[in-house]
Design a protein around this ligand. Sequence first.
Ligand SMILES: [Zn+2]
Length: 204
Amino acid sequence: MIHTTHAVFAVALTEVMLASEHAPITWQAAATAAVAYAVAPVPDIDQPESWISRHIPGASVVSMFVRHRTLTHSLLVSALLYLVLFGLGLRIPDWLATGIWVGWVSHWVIDLVNPRGVQLFYPLPWWVKPPVPWLAIEVESTGETVIRVALTAFAVLFALAYLFLHAPLEIQHAAGEVLPDARRVVGWGTWPWFGAVCRFLHLQ
Ligand SMILES: [Zn+2]
């Protein structure tokens, strides 16, 4: 996946997380999504041609030591990052820690559809790949474009619908005809079990 696909997937995932936790509309919620958007492309620092390697001076050094889709795409690094952000008492604001972690984890989640897979259990030598060929999506393929457009549409629609459902009642009444549609869209992306998992992980 290219950096923009990772970024919009991170935003969509953050929105679903916040809605599933019934989060109020705050600047922290918006900032969480913005941080996730910015962090999502970073694990591809292990690839010298990636957008992030080309835009951070000296970043391509990482790819000389780390093979693509291994260490930075592993559960090990995700767990260590979680420990740093939430477990060491560093007093990192919740919105910042959540945005960083969700952005990072969202990266390898969507990379799991890559035909060559991800070394998720690094340093163990197993590569996790799509279980069936039709689920595999090549980087910069038409399939990736379709996914990126669909994710962008979902993220925009979902945010608008969620904002509308949290708007003052006068505004909701004034545009009452879209209320059922807004409820339906928010309903699609509100998963109680996901909200419970995120609360358990202190993501907010
Ligand atoms: Zn990647």
